[in-house]
Design a protein around this ligand. Structure first.
Ligand code: R5P
Length: 294
C-alpha cells in the first residue's frame, strides 16, 4: 500500500551529513561516464554550484516582460552566469555561438498559457540537442497534474536518449496553481524525478524543511526563481536555498525584470559562489546598481 502521508516526521533525513561525492564535484554524478561528467562540469563549478539564467519563458507564454529583446537584455548578462536556460529557437537566433557559458536546452513544450499546461510533449530530438552542443536538456514534470503520467514519460524518454548520447537531463518540478509548494510536495516531486533518472532537479524553495527536500534528493537541486520579488527577498530566498542544500539557482524574472539586471546577477552569483547572506548580497546589489529601487 502506498505511503500517501509521506514520512516527513521520521527525522531520518540527516541534512547535516553531506552525501558522499564519490570523486566528482557534482552530487550523485560520481558513477556517470565521461561525457555526462564533462557536460555537468560545464554547468557546475568546482564548488559544485551553479548560477543558471532562465529565459525560456517564451516557449509557452510568448514575449514575457523583459524578454522582448533577448539580444539587448539577456546577452550582456551571459558572462555572469554559469549556464543559460533557453529554447533552441532562441539559442539559434539570438545567442552568439562563440559564447562559453553552458547551454541548458528547454526540450519540452506544447500547450500555451491559453491551455492546460501539463499536457506537454518532448519538443525536440536528442540529435538536435547534441547538435546545439547543450550541456543538459530540461523537461517539465507535473507531479499531481492532469497529465502527470505523460510528463513523467517525457522525462524518462529524454533520460533514455540522454544516456545514449551523454546528455544530462534537468527535471523541472512544475507546480500547479492549486498545489502547495511545501516540503511534502516538493520532496515527493523531486525524489520521483531523481529516481526516474534525471541528473539535475529544479524546484521551488519552501520556507520550512527545504533542507529535508535537498537531503532526500540524490542529485543536485537547483532553486527555481519564480515571479519577481523585491531584491532583498529574492536574494534572501537564494541564500536560504543554498544554506538549505541547494546546489545553485535558476532564476529568470528576478534577474532580467530588474532595472539593474547585471548588478542583480552578480549579487546572486556572490550568494551562490561566495556564500554571501541575503543582506550582504543586497548591499552589494545596491552598491553595484547605484541604489536601484527594485
Ligand atoms: C520554469 O519552469 C520554466 O523553465 C520557466 O520558463 C523559467 O525557468 C522560469 O524562471 P523564473 O520563474 O525564475 O522567471
Amino acid at each position: 500500500m502506498a505511503d500517501t502521508e509521506g514520512n516527513l516526521d521520521a527525522k531520518q533525513f540527516r541534512p547535516d551529513v553531506p552525501q558522499e561525492m564519490a570523486g566528482f564535484h557534482v552530487k550523485g554524478a560520481g558513477s556517470l561516464d565521461f561525457g555526462m561528467k564533462h557536460r555537468l562540469g560545464r554547468i557546475f563549478r568546482e564548488d559544485g554550484r551553479t548560477v543558471m539564467l532562465a529565459f525560456d519563458h517564451g516557449y509557452f507564454q510568448g514575449p514575457t516582460s523583459g524578454l522582448e529583446r533577448i539580444d539587448l537584455n539577456i546577452v550582456p548578462l551571459a558572462p555572469h552566469a554559469d549556464a543559460l536556460m533557453a529554447t533552441r529557437g532562441v539559442f539559434r537566433s539570438l545567442i552568439p555561438a562563440g559564447i562559453d557559458t553552458a547551454l541548458v536546452l528547454r526540450a519540452s513544450g506544447g500547450p500555451s498559457i491559453l491551455k492546460e499546461l501539463s499536457d506537454e510533449r518532448l519538443a525536440m530530438s536528442i540529435e538536435d540537442i547534441v547538435r546545439i552542443d547543450a550541456a543538459a536538456a530540461a523537461v517539465q514534470v507535473y507531479i499531481g497534474g492532469e497529465h502527470e503520467t505523460q510528463s513523467v514519460h517525457n522525462l524518462t524518454q529524454l533520460v533514455d536518449a540522454g544516456m545514449a548520447f551523454g546528455i544530462p537531463v534537468m527535471g523541472v518540478t512544475a507546480v500547479g496553481r492549486d498545489m502547495a509548494r511545501d516540503a511534502r510536495y516538493l520532496g515527493l516531486a523531486t525524489r520521483i524525478i531523481a529516481e526516474l533518472g534525471a541528473q539535475v532537479v529544479k524546484t521551488y524553495y519552501c520556507d520550512e524543511d527545504f533542507d529535508q527536500v535537498t537531503a532526500a534528493c540524490p542529485v543536485p537541486i537547483i532553486m527555481a526563481g519564480g515571479k519577481k520579488l523585491p531584491s532583498l527577498e529574492a536574494l534572501t530566498m537564494a541564500a536560504n536555498a543554498i544554506a538549505g542544500g541547494a546546489s545553485g539557482v535558476d532564476m529568470g524574472r528576478n534577474i532580467f525584470q530588474r532595472t539593474a539586471p547585471e548588478a542583480m546577477i552578480k549579487s546572486v552569483s556572490a550568494v551562490v559562489h561566495e556564500g554571501l547572506s541575503g543582506a550582504e548580497a543586497h548591499a552589494m546589489y545596491l552598491d553595484l546598481s547605484g541604489g536601484a529601487s527594485d
